[in-house]
Unconditional design. Structure first.
Length: 248
């Protein structure tokens, strides 16, 4: 889980507001900004509804997300990762720098199908880290530069589009390129964590085949969709900024 999609959609809105009038609503706009925005909102709705539905279904294993994560880490012989509770809704993530597995309260304290799926997915990231999974290492390596790019981006868009500073638009293009590479590397990391989660939950008997397993799939597949949507949105934003620069 991450708030990556929200960030990208926010910058899409900025791009929309700041787009120069005249060609602001042409066919490129629809393709680069409009369609990705709709896909992103749809993905966001799907992940919330999948979580909402399956967080009400109690898993027969009757352990909370926190207990599930600790059992998985123990079985994987990972002893240096701490499982902690966070208040941030759907803010579940694994922090490799602190070796902390953050689970939102709804996941941490709940024995639901959704909670176990998410707890197992985040544990999957901890396992990737412990096993030195290459895409995770690559992702960690570009986190600092991605943070800088994403913090600068809103100001760059505002300066570039609202005040018509072409140099800032070029800088914005570079920022989106960095974000795009980051999101591209994120895809295998996320898919692999969910793949591991599904196998582990089944093998450890935490989730039963049938309805429970289907619920886990729904939640994790919806989450995967948000990463694909974030990638598409960032690609659209990049192409849109490039087309704006070309027309100046
Ligand atoms: Zn993840």
């Amino acid at each position: 889980m991450s708030h990556l999609l929200g960030f990208v959609l926010g910058s899409s809105c900025l791009l929309y507001i700041g787009s120069p009038s005249g060609f602001g609503l042409g066919s490129n706009w629809l393709l680069y900004i409009g369609v990705p925005l709709i896909i992103g909102i749809w993905a966001q709705i799907r992940v919330k509804s999948a979580f909402g539905r399956w967080s009400k279904v109690r898993a027969s294993g009757n352990i909370t997300g926190a207990e599930c994560a600790r059992e998985i880490l123990q079985a994987a012989q990972i002893r240096d990762v701490e499982v902690v509770e966070t208040n941030d809704f759907l803010g579940d993530h694994y922090d490799p720098t602190k070796k902390q597995l953050h689970l939102s309260s709804n996941v941490y304290n709940t024995p639901s199908v959704a909670a176990l799926g998410i707890a197992a997915h985040e544990s999957g990231h901890a396992i990737q880290h412990a096993r030195a999974y290459a895409p995770l290492k690559a992702r960690m390596a570009i986190v600092p530069v991605t943070m800088i790019a994403s913090q600068m981006l809103p100001f760059i868009i505002i300066g570039g589009l609202f005040f018509g500073i072409t140099g800032l638009i070029t800088l914005g293009i570079w920022c989106y390129l960095i974000l795009l590479v980051f999101q591209l590397i994120t895809l295998p990391v996320e898919f692999d964590a969910s793949r591991r989660a599904k196998i582990i939950l089944r093998e450890m008997g935490i989730i039963q085949p049938g309805e429970e397993a289907a619920g886990v799939n729904r939640v994790l597949n919806a989450a995967a969709l948000t990463y694909i949507a974030a990638f598409i949105a960032a690609l659209g934003n990049l192409l849109w900024l490039m087309s704006i620069r070309d027309r100046r």
